[in-house]
Design a protein around this ligand. Structure first.
Ligand code: SF4
Length: 386
């Protein structure tokens, strides 16, 4: 959770209190854990993460397993949970999918929260608890809502998406197959742990045309010593091999990656290994951040490389990533793709997630065939194709 996310969450809580006088506003999730006093001061009911699965935490009057109260607004990580969020099961609140609003042409569908790993730099487990998944039925119900609204692309999200189903015996591949049984035209997956792409998921990513050719990997570093100290579960060579296999099976796949620069103890050679990974894995979409210590994490107690060096290295990674992305975009000139048109009727994304700008407006939310033109910065021109 970033400072900006906390600011937005505070704003949302204030607005809810203003717009619904008399209603109780509940704050839970990272905010309740890490910024407890600031939210409590606004007048919200605070529910700690380890208690958010308990009915009593919400002051609900429960009789025979059913809630008699619904006059609550529940926030988690700054977003309003789906109205189904308070579903009861033997006195516990089960994790329910969180569906975004209709403000984007794409629907973001949170299917999982929490994480059962313990990467040494990450405060997620402290803040959000262990991994919990929504059921396949609950996710497909939410997907139907998005489809009824006319949203033609669904993006599956989660704190540790690839671990979907670990707590229930399901799997991400089984969830994707269930969603593909609906009339979903485009399905996109957010960040995946490379170590958890099994054969079934690999087959869906590489052979299913409605699963978009865009794979975002949670890599964090490209050096084995750094990966070990991060307590990540993959090694550099495995990722290089995975990307080679993905691209051999489906050359259109665009690769994205999360990367951290300046992890404690990272020296020039280790950093060079991460930098080289951008070209070796053809990473065109980078989420790149300088390392910053999180209180209470093991990495915060390791020898730090310094904020200045971390920022410099992050800038080098971003520059290498932009160069790679621009080469990839330039190579698309003259090709065709199907574009999902955003609400402004002008911008949107191709199947490979390239950012496109139409030369003439099209219906917001539609999927249109386009011919790709020249690049302007991080956007490609797109002309409606016949
Ligand atoms: S970095 Fe990701 S996988 Fe690691 S502990 Fe945090 S949420 Fe879990």
């Amino acid at each position: 959770m970033t400072d900006e996310a906390v600011r937005q969450a505070r704003q949302a809580v204030r607005r809810a209190l203003r717009e619904r006088p008399g209603a109780e506003v509940v704050v839970t999730g990272c905010a309740a854990e890490l910024e407890h006093d600031a939210f409590a001061a606004l007048g919200a009911r605070m529910v700690r993460n380890d208690a958010k699965g308990l009915v009593e935490s919400y002051g609900l009057d429960v009789k025979n397993g059913a809630s008699t109260s619904s006059a609550q607004t529940v926030f988690e990580e700054g977003s309003l949970l789906h109205p189904f969020a308070l579903s009861l099961s033997k006195g516990r609140l089960s994790y329910q999918p969180a569906l975004s609003g209709a403000d984007h042409a794409r629907a973001f569908l949170g299917v999982q929260t929490g994480c059962s790993h313990s990467c040494t730099f990450c405060a997620t487990v402290i803040a959000r608890g262990s991994a919990r998944s929504a059921t396949i039925d609950a996710v497909t119900d939410c997907a139907r809502i998005a489809l009824d609204r006319g949203q033609r692309e669904i993006v599956l999200t989660g704190v540790d998406l690839a671990s979907y189903g670990d707590d229930s015996g399901a799997s991400l591949a089984a969830l994707v197959e269930a969603l593909l049984a609906l009339p979903v035209e485009r399905l996109r997956l957010s960040s995946l742990d490379p170590n958890r792409i099994d054969d079934a998921l690999f087959a869906l990513l590489t052979t299913e045309p409605r699963v978009m050719p865009h794979v975002h990997l949670s890599l964090q570093a490209g050096d084995d010593m750094v990966l070990t100290r991060m307590k990540r579960r993959h090694r550099r060579a495995e990722v290089v091999d995975l990307v080679a296999r993905l691209k051999a099976a489906r050359p259109a796949i665009a690769i994205g990656a999360d990367l951290i620069a300046g992890f404690p103890t990272e020296d020039d050679t280790m950093f060079a290994n991460t930098l080289a990974l951008i070209d070796e894995c053809d990473i065109v979409f980078g989420h790149i951040f300088p390392y910053s210590a999180r209180a209470g994490t093991p990495a915060a107690r390791m020898p730090q490389v310094g904020r200045g060096i971390a920022r410099e290295r992050a800038a080098m990674l971003r520059e290498a990533n932009a160069r790679r992305r621009h080469q990839w975009m330039d190579a698309q000139e003259g090709t065709t793709t199907n574009m999902l048109v955003e609400r402004d009727g002008r911008t949107g994304h191709g199947e490979n997630f390239a950012s496109l700008a139409l030369t003439a407006a099209a219906a917001p939310g539609s999927i249109v065939p386009v011919r790709i033109g020249a690049r302007d910065g991080d956007r490609l021109a797109a002309e409606l194709a016949q």
